[in-house]
Design a protein around this ligand. Structure first.
Ligand code: SDX
Length: 388
């Protein structure tokens, strides 16, 4: 049935925000929203969080299967080789991050863009080049975020080490000291959980850019730009602002009742696809118990659990449940991570999904070009300016 392309505003029905619209086929991840389940290539997120690593999960997303021990060692070596940044990028980060001048996500967007200018292979159009750029960019995102963090803290930038895993090296560059096994595991789980999630807004942005056959850096910058928004990547930062605004567990019920009555969006809740508990929130909640105990921040967890209980009772039947952002803020804050770095860390992980989807898109590409329903004025004469 032909869709009416010229109509009066509101005359033609279509799903706002492309809700439920199929963009393409993909095998990377499946989000079962009704049952609250998530799989990467058919493997449950619970199994990946417990048994896998960010590097192994990245291999799975890139090549659609788990690696052998040798293949994993090769990918780890390749990622390690790319950890360093061009000096000019470090200088850029130092010049704009000090004194909290620019938002970390803005600095990250620019730093990734600038890294491309010093990468002679950035515009190379071969399968091997696209794959290499995917690994290079994903590896370097961690170095960029850690450098931004150090400059914001007024501390010297820490150079990457080759003898640490991606998660351990990231925390080492963030803190200036080697993390213990528990913190490394928690960061690795955070990176595994955020690596991919179907056709979310930032992955879709990456795919639209890729579909014009633009380069991998441009596609990732598109993803970073989309993730920057508070309705997508920025929510966990606003969860912490909400906890601080509520102040204590005793205030939770009154604060929330007022917010819900005013139809305010409660950060860390609701999802376009999940109409049940986000399985990633369950996994992060599990780690939050030990993380907050070690950090002495159990009060945050008590508040968060009270908010969770209230929201599920009040809005659960409307399909509004905790999402990945709800407990991630409590976990990362308790690990001493500044809330301005939460979304950049989301991007450090999601670069794996963005680049894996970009490579998948290139294998069977067609440019994304949807339509608008035109609701503007019918033809009208051009009126010379002195007659207006
Ligand atoms: C991520 O897509 C992904 O996969 C994203 C992600 C990923 O891994 O890539 O999972 C990561 O982005 C998680 C979501 C983080 N964002 C937030 O926590 C921000 C708060 N959440 C909402 O803004 C909202 O739930 C969205 C944006 C996540 C989803 O919005 P939709 O699907 O467009 O839903 P909607 O805004 O149309 O709301 C539908 C109804 C409305 O009520 P009615 O007007 O029908 O009465 O649900 C209500 C909304 O008011 N609602 C909420 C709510 N979210 C939706 N009410 C209170 N609090 C909320 N958080």
């Amino acid at each position: 049935m032909a869709v009416k392309l010229v109509a009066k505003p509101g005359e033609v029905e279509f799903p706002k925000g492309m809700e439920g619209v199929i963009a393409n086929e993909s095998r990377k991840s499946y989000v079962n929203g009704l049952e609250g389940k998530l799989y990467y290539e058919g493997i449950t997120i619970q199994d990946l969080a417990e048994h896998s690593s960010f590097e192994e999960t990245f291999f799975l997303l890139l090549y659609d299967r788990l690696p052998t021990a040798d293949e994993l060692a090769i990918l780890k070596h390749r990622m390690t080789q790319y950890r360093n940044l061009p000096n000019e990028v470090y200088e850029l980060i130092e010049s704009v991050s000090a004194g909290y001048l620019a938002k970390p996500m803005s600095v990250m967007r620019t730093a990734v863009s600038m890294t491309a200018l010093f990468d002679e292979a950035a515009e190379e159009e071969t399968e091997a080049a696209f794959e290499r750029e995917a690994i290079k960019i994903t590896s370097r995102m961690a170095t960029i975020v850690a450098a931004i963090n150090r400059v914001r803290e007024g501390k010297p930038i820490v150079q990457p080490r080759a003898d640490l895993s991606h998660a351990a090296n990231f925390l080492y560059m963030m803190r200036g000291e080697e993390p213990d096994e528990f913190d490394t595991k928690v960061m690795d789980v955070i990176l595994v959980l955020h690596a991919d999630h179907g056709c979310n807004a930032s992955t879709f942005a990456t795919l639209v850019v890729t579909s014009t056959l633009a380069d991998m850096y441009s596609a990732v910058v598109g993803g970073i730009s989309a993730l920057k928004g508070p309705l997508h990547g920025g929510a966990n930062q606003r969860v912490m602002k909400m906890l601080n605004e509520i102040g204590s567990a005793d205030n939770v019920e009154n604060w929330l009742a007022d917010a819900v009555a005013k139809k305010k969006k409660i950060m860390g809740f609701g999802h376009r696809v999940y109409k049940a508990m986000d399985p990633r929130a369950v996994i992060l909640h599990g780690y939050a118990k030990e993380v907050t105990k070690r950090a002495g921040t159990e009060d945050w967890l008590v508040m968060a659990e009270k908010i969770e209980k209230f929201m599920i009772e009040k809005l659960g039947q409307k399909g509004i449940w905790p999402n990945v952002d709800f407990f991630s803020g409590v976990v990362m804050s308790s690990m001493g991570i500044d809330d301005e770095l939460f979304t950049p860390i989301f991007a450090v992980s999601r670069a794996a999904g963005w680049t894996a989807h970009a490579l998948e898109q290139r294998k069977d590409n067609r440019i994304y070009r949807p339509r608008f329903v035109y609701v503007g004025p019918a033809t009208q004469e051009y009126v010379p300016i002195d007659e207006r």
